[in-house]
Unconditional design. Structure first.
Length: 315
């Protein structure tokens, strides 16, 4: 039997060290959104790649344009699209002030790049991973239909990410509602009637269950006891993998997406263990994600129960 000191000496972290790393990673994540908002509004890209920043800015701008187009149509403006494009800057600033929404858009930009990178490296097809391809042929027609829907949604997502666009209908329900609230706040009392009319129309057309993320969640849930198949990224792809890990570890999906890097590997490793992955599987996921393989050794002694307790179901 070896002491914890001896374990640390050869590179294996004990629970206290893991907790410390987890706290540092979470503190870094907490600082991301305010910095991101500052850079979007002040053109300071130093801490993030130009590609990710451009996509986040494009997502915010596209959401603002969609909201204003809906408002302009409800208000009887003849050329609603031109009106929206000409007035989107102020609404964009209001949207950027919402840390939850901005953090979600950042996670989507990171997920899109992760999907593309996995495809470029030949790890897994970013649109039709093996697991989803197999589900298309499922005897259960509902599962097969959801799988085909997810393939179509994933293809649209990656194409829209390249164009730096994000349809309002693809937002999770809480962010969708917040976007409508922000439109109301930005428009003011004088425009309340048209904003309410526009919001009613947008709500009528919205269905979280039909969104890409909604389909991914329903598909993982539909797998039941076979959901473990979605916990390996080379088989499930980034969309289902991050969804399945989030559900199994009781973390938010955005947190899992943003943990797929060296600097937040402590939370990802613990989430993988909490989801029930064995050490060799954790190491494999780290390799696929290009995370320093030495970091995976820190979780060798962590049981699923210990990992779940450490991450505490928070996000």
């Amino acid at each position: 039997m070896t002491s914890s000191g001896e374990e640390n000496a050869r590179g294996t972290a004990d629970a206290q060290e893991l907790a410390s790393r987890l706290a540092r990673g979470d503190a870094m994540r907490a600082s991301v959104t305010p910095i991101l908002r500052h850079m979007l509004l002040h053109d300071d890209n130093a801490l993030f790649s130009d590609e990710i920043m451009a996509r986040v800015h494009g997502f915010v701008w596209h959401i603002a344009v969609q909201l204003l187009t809906a408002y302009a149509r409800a208000d009887g403006v003849i050329d609603a699209e031109d009106y929206a494009a000409g007035n989107a800057e102020m609404l964009t600033e209001y949207l950027c002030a919402d840390e939850g929404l901005l953090g979600h858009l950042h996670a989507l930009a990171l997920e899109a790049r992760l999907s593309e990178r996995l495809g470029e490296r030949g790890i897994v097809d970013p649109i039709v991973p093996p697991l989803v391809q197999g589900l298309v042929a499922a005897k259960d027609e509902a599962v097969a239909e959801m799988a085909m829907g997810l393939i179509a949604a994933q293809a649209r997502f990656l194409e829209q990410a390249r164009r730096m666009e994000l349809p309002l209908a693809q937002l999770p329900a809480d962010h969708f509602r917040k976007a409508l609230d922000i439109l109301k706040l930005c428009a003011g009392d004088a425009a309340a009637g048209s904003v309410a009319k526009a919001s009613d129309k947008l709500r009528a057309d919205y269905s979280e269950a039909r969104s890409r993320l909604g389909l991914a969640s329903r598909l993982v849930t539909g797998l039941g006891q076979n959901a473990r198949a979605a916990l390996t990224i080379d088989q499930s792809g980034a969309a289902l993998f991050t969804t399945a890990i989030a559900m199994a570890s009781r973390q938010t999906r955005d947190v899992i997406v943003m943990s797929c890097n060296d600097r937040r590997a402590s939370r990802l490793g613990l989430a993988l263990k909490a989801a029930g992955l064995k050490q060799r599987d954790v190491e494999a996921q780290f390799a696929y994600l290009e995370i320093d393989p030495a970091l995976a050794e820190d979780f060798e002694a962590a049981s699923a129960a210990m990992a779940a307790q450490m991450i505490g179901g928070a996000g």
